[in-house]
Design a protein around this ligand. Sequence first.
Ligand code: ZN
Length: 274
Amino acid sequence: MLLRLIPLLALPLLAQNNWDEPFPPHRIADNLYYVGSAGLSSYLITSPKGHMLINASFDRTVPLIRASVEKLGFKLTDVKIILANHAHNDHVAGTALLKELTGAKVFIMEGDDKVVASGGQGQYKYTDTWKPVKVDKVLKDGEIVEIGGSKLRAHLTPGHTRGNTTWTMETTDQGKKLHAVIIGSPNVNPGFELVNNKTYPEMAGDYARTFRVLKALQCDLFLGAHGEYYDMAKKYKNLKPGAANPFIDPAGYREYVSEREQYYLYTLEKQKKQ
Ligand SMILES: [Zn+2]
């Protein structure tokens, strides 16, 4: 089992060369759109009363997000709530700028809220900083964020960060009800200490909890904080009017979660022996 997985072990070292590349914005389901760059996912959840946006990415990504939102026929200033997958710079550094441009409220999961608000203080392992931003609401596990009938549920999936958040929503496509899952990050990054971790001692247990949560979620539309998680570019090519929605991929979701769990367990065992 593990042998088969070895070639995939390099996966968490995500290619960063496409982070600043634009990507065609696209509709994933009726009120769910992709507005991120080629390597950094941002999602727009629309409603007649305003929109929610997941992941502001970097300051330099915000103009790309704006262009994508406008290309889809929406207004950036209609974004009323800014959310995130987790408090690492590639997902939240541009939050202050996006808040300034939209006047939106910022809602962040407990555990990541202080890191986002302080501009990067208190991160495990990383020391990069960004512009501090007011967090208007601290979310709890299971909380529903709602605007104009569009609803997202925040699932605490910690480990990668203390407040790492996986978002789920019920949506529709061509009249069919679908469950979307936007994975925060299940990745054990290089240098993360699952054993004898002095600053984040509960890390290994947090990852274990995350895999339990992810395996229990119902998933039709498989999405995540980076397009690489779900092969976005390839699926996007198959997005054609009248064809099956390529983002519906429950088997791909289960496979991804299972492969990431195997990698976590492999790393845990390896570190225990050191
Ligand atoms: Zn991260």
